[in-house]
Design a protein around this ligand. Structure first.
Ligand SMILES: [Zn+2]
Length: 289
């Protein structure tokens, strides 16, 4: 099911090019939905106990996101779980906190949001987040929410996309939100400046494969929902590219030579975005060892 909800123009939204963004709701399974708009995919679990949200895109979009949620339930958002610190996944934290949601994330998310961050690969300086946007409950290895007759198992994975990534598994609904450790819109963004690592992205995919089954609906950080077979293909692709890059570096090639060799071309159709950025960060990470 897809439902689009109206655009609201505010100076901030217009400035950020968000004033025409519409929030679309897709029902996945067992009272769990995916919301798209701009930024990272949002997970939403609705039930008798609580409304549980995974990530919240950008601040100007919060009223539209809340309106999309209100189209499904009249219950307030009780929890917001951040899969990692990036601005397109946590931008709505402050507003969500203002409507009473408890913000929960890995401790490194709070650390990075509390201080300004420079993201090398994006050449972007991100200011420290306002105190109202900071997670108030943090975890190290993981945490479980017992809500709506479901166990929502949140698992921290070793440095992957960043050093504060978490997987969110709605065990009974059989839905898993992978944050940006898995995307279907292109090759991964391994944010080395946020402690990310290709080895962790591969390990996270292994963990997702181990935690799920053939019927699991998997919410990527960006792109369309997927199944476990797609995560296997992602894992296999990343292992092959890591091995290929290792061989290229051993052969003494420069990053420009590797780019010219177009090693990611076979994956362009199924994973269209981010190829040059991926190759540059992969080379940087493996060449520094
Ligand atoms: Zn991200």
């Amino acid at each position: 099911m897809a439902l689009a909800l109206g655009a609201v123009s505010t100076p901030l939204a217009a400035q950020a090019g968000l004033d025409t963004v519409q929030i679309r709701t897709t029902s996945l399974a067992g009272g769990v939905y995916m919301l798209t708009g701009s930024g990272g995919n949002i997970g939403l679990a609705v039930g008798d106990d609580a409304v549980f949200v995974v990530d919240d895109q950008y601040a100007p979009l919060t009223p539209r996101i809340l309106a999309a949620i209100a189209a499904i339930t009249d219950k307030p958002v009780r929890f917001v779980l951040n899969t990692h610190w990036h601005f397109d996944h946590t931008g709505g934290n402050e507003h969500m906190g203002e409507v009473g949601a408890l913000i929960v994330a890995h401790e490194n998310v709070r650390k990075r949001m509390s201080a300004g961050q420079f993201i090398d690969a994006l050449n972007r300086q991100e200011p420290a987040a306002p105190s109202g946007a900071l997670p108030v409950v943090t975890f190290t290895d993981g945490v479980t929410f017992h809500i709506n007759g479901d166990s929502v198992v949140v698992t921290h994975v070793a440095p992957a996309h960043t050093d504060g990534d978490a997987l969110v598994h709605f065990t009974k609904a059989n839905v898993l939100h992978a944050g940006d450790t898995f995307i279907t819109s292109g090759l991964p963004f391994v944010d080395l400046s946020s402690g990310g690592s290709i080895h962790g992205v591969i390990a996270s995919a292994e963990k997702v494969i181990a935690m799920t089954n053939e019927g699991t609906r998997i919410v990527p950080g960006h792109g369309a929902p997927a199944d476990r077979a797609r995560v296997r293909a992602w894992r296999d692709m990343l292992v092959a590219l890591r091995d290929r890059m290792t061989a290229e570096i051993r052969a003494g090639r420069t990053v420009e030579q590797v780019l010219a060799a177009n090693i990611t071309a076979p994956y362009l159709k199924d994973w269209p975005g981010g190829h040059e950025r991926f190759v540059r960060s992969l080379y940087r990470e493996l060449a520094r060892r």
